[in-house]
Design a protein around this ligand. Structure first.
Ligand code: ADP
Length: 259
């Protein structure tokens, strides 16, 4: 009997070990697939401005610049704005690569959460206009002071608002609620967008994950925003929660403990 018990334990242990190895391999495989998607998306986006600028230069060479000053001006404008876009894109990719390699490094200071939000809302004015969005910001509490990294928190708010604008089909109505409780300060960003099916609500925080929508809602992105948001929040000893209903909207809440 002791021998069969021993074999039983050994087999169980081996089973567990193989199970873990298999799961790790699957996770690695999925991550590789997502990374490949990411690379092909980025490559595609890098190629488009390059192609546009090449066509513009070719046209300038062909039609004789001095005879067509108006068209020359237009082609130069297009090239300039495409090159700007390219520069921003390259910058973004470099930032992501640094974040991948070094992780986040925080420089905490005493910050006023409500002031950060006010500044982000102000800097996104044009984007809100472009989408015809309405934005409401409500506060409940006395003080919204935190010990936090200003730049990363600013990026967090920006990412959540950017998503709230991107993932909508109708006119976006966005509301922000900043609330102080005894233990923490919470910021909720709610939208009336396309929503997130419940089976994906945990996955959206994974690196490179994007909700598959087929052709119905074609929005560009790399699936990195929320993974960044979630690591910033965790580094501040906080957590992020999502509530969402398909076709109704989503609400993301960031909870950061008081100092
Ligand atoms: P990206 O927007 O670049 O794809 P994110 O990491 O910010 O990357 O978001 C991951 C995915 O979560 C998005 O692709 C989208 O499918 C979903 N998502 C994020 N925010 C929202 C939102 N407010 N409403 C609906 N879906 C969202």
């Amino acid at each position: 009997l002791p021998q069969s018990l021993f074999s039983f334990f050994l087999l169980t242990l081996m089973g567990l070990a193989f199970g873990t190895i298999y799961q790790n391999l699957r996770r690695q495989h999925r991550l590789t697939e997502l990374k490949n998607d990411f690379i092909s998306n980025v490559t595609h986006e890098l190629k488009t401005p390059i192609a546009t600028v090449s066509v513009a230069i070719e046209a300038l060479q062909n039609f004789g610049v001095s005879q067509n000053p108006e068209q020359t001006k237009e082609y130069l404008e297009i090239s300039k704005s495409e090159l700007n876009r390219l520069a921003l894109l390259v910058d973004k990719v470099l930032k992501m690569a640094t974040f991948e390699q070094q992780g986040l490094s925080l420089s905490p200071e005493t910050v006023d959460w409500s002031e950060i939000i006010r500044l982000v809302l102000n800097s996104m004015r044009l984007q809100f206009e472009k989408y015809g969005a309405t934005v409401h910001f409500e506060k409940s509490g006395e003080t919204f002071m935190l010990s936090a990294d200003k730049i990363h928190l600013t990026n967090v708010v920006y990412n959540l608002l950017d998503n709230a604008l991107k993932y909508t089909e109708a006119q976006p109505h966005i509301s922000l609620l900043l609330k102080e409780t005894d233990a923490d300060i919470r910021l909720s960003v709610s939208d009336n967008g396309i929503g997130i099916p419940s089976e994906f609500q945990r996955k959206i925080f994974d690196k490179f994950f994007r909700v598959p929508t087929g052709d119905t809602h074609d929005v560009k992105g790399y699936g990195l925003g929320l993974s960044y948001v979630s690591s910033v929040v965790t580094q501040h000893r906080g957590r992020i929660e999502v509530e969402s209903e398909v076709g109704k909207g989503s609400s993301f809440t960031i909870i950061i403990p008081k100092p």
